[in-house]
Design a protein. Structure first.
Length: 133
């Protein structure tokens, strides 16, 4: 998948620290089911870092997993405008297009998408916990 090189705490530049902490906070809220906090945290993250690599992709993954397909697709498009080589965003966009209304997709495709989203959440949540301490 697109997560072949996870970001490690030692690899976070000083200018990225707040962005990573905010993304981790959003991911942690997402994992713990605090949906109101997730939306607010992503809003603040996107306001502060509108062109940071991966931010729109992470938000898109949340939106797609929350059955907000149109908003998720729009965030994926924004990520790919900013970073056309983002492999996870490209792969997720392919899945979104396969799962578009009027098209049928097997349960395997849906399971692959959910597995990718789970991997992203775990990695970001772990990084956030390390940086927050």
């Amino acid at each position: 998948g697109g997560m072949s090189r996870p970001l490690r705490p030692c690899g976070v530049r000083p200018g990225q620290r707040v962005c990573v902490l905010m993304a981790g906070s959003a991911a942690f809220s997402w994992m713990s089911g605090q949906n109101a906090k997730v939306s607010a945290t992503f809003g603040a993250l996107l306001d502060r870092y509108p062109s940071a690599s991966g931010v729109h992709y992470l938000y898109a993954t949340y939106l797609l997993s929350s059955n907000q397909q149109d908003l998720g697709k729009a965030e994926l498009k924004r990520e790919l405008e900013l970073n056309p080589a983002h492999s996870s965003a490209n792969g997720t966009m392919a899945l979104v297009l396969v799962l578009a209304p009027g098209r049928t997709a097997g349960a395997t495709v849906v399971a692959l998408f959910r597995a990718e989203a789970a991997k992203i959440l775990v990695l970001i949540g772990q990084l956030w916990l390390v940086l927050a301490t």
